[in-house]
Design a protein around this ligand. Structure first.
Ligand SMILES: Nc1ncnc2c1ncn2[C@@H]1O[C@H](COP(=O)(O)OP(=O)(O)O)[C@@H](O)[C@H]1O
Ligand SMILES: O=C(O)C1=C[C@@H](OP(=O)(O)O)[C@@H](O)[C@H](O)C1
Ligand SMILES: [Mg+2]
Length: 176
């Protein structure tokens, strides 16, 4: 199987849905943030605080290169992985890209725990909704590079997985 790469804004469900999808497909599951944390022995918020965002983006880039060389994996990216066009190009070559989207309200509800998403925390100058709206607008075009997009706002993670499986079958990534 070609890789199935989940992209999308923070809180759209890439990590949780990716894990369920991999289990359903019997494929390997890789969450890029978890992998970077494991390899660095440091959480993502700590990495941002101690080494800076540029350092994190370098780790992300290096990991994409390694992941694009393999197959049979469901890969959950971080919300900003698509900011580097080389990452998108590498993932396009190695698999199919599925974007998870969600409304601002859904993202706010799902990312209300401070201290876990440094990009959102630093954009948030007291108005978290505005921070989400602005970041989403900045990234909208990047997420459009996906082969398929699912609005997850009103769907359960299981329904999202079912939608992805249906799409993979129509594309011949999975046999019906
Ligand atoms: N479809 C969904 N409906 C409701 N809650 C969801 C859905 N998908 C994910 N969540 C919840 O939203 C939060 C963020 O999900 P996560 O998988 O970490 O998103 P991401 O990796 O895209 O940032 C988690 O608490 C998760 O349980
Ligand atoms: O959008 C971003 O720039 C980021 C999203 C995070 O992943 P999730 O989208 O899984 O929260 C994580 O990679 C890091 O905090 C940066
Ligand atoms: Mg995640």
């Amino acid at each position: 199987m070609r890789n199935v790469v989940l992209i999308g804004f923070m809180g759209t469900g890439k990590t949780s849905t990716g894990k369920m999808l991999a289990a359903k497909l019997g494929a390997a599951f890789i969450d890029m943030d978890q992998k970077i944390e494991e390899e660095a022995g440091m959480s993502i918020p700590d990495m941002f605080a101690r080494k800076g965002e540029a350092y994190f983006r370098e780790q992300e880039r290096a990991l994409v290169k390694r992941l694009a060389a393999r197959r049979n994996a469901v890969i959950s990216t971080g919300g900003g992985t698509v900011k580097n066009p080389d990452n998108v190009a590498d993932f396009k070559k190695s698999g199919v890209i599925v974007c998870l989207s969600a409304s601002v309200d859904a993202v706010l509800a799902r990312t209300n725990r401070r201290g876990t998403r440094p990009v959102l925390d630093s954009a948030d100058q007291g108005d978290r909704r505005k921070a989400v709206e602005q970041l989403m607008a900045e990234r909208r075009e990047l997420y459009k590079q996906a082969d398929f997009t699912i609005d997850t706002s009103e769907l359960s993670p299981l329904q999202v997985v079912e939608n992805i499986v249906r799409f993979l079958k129509t594309r011949g990534v999975l046999h019906a």
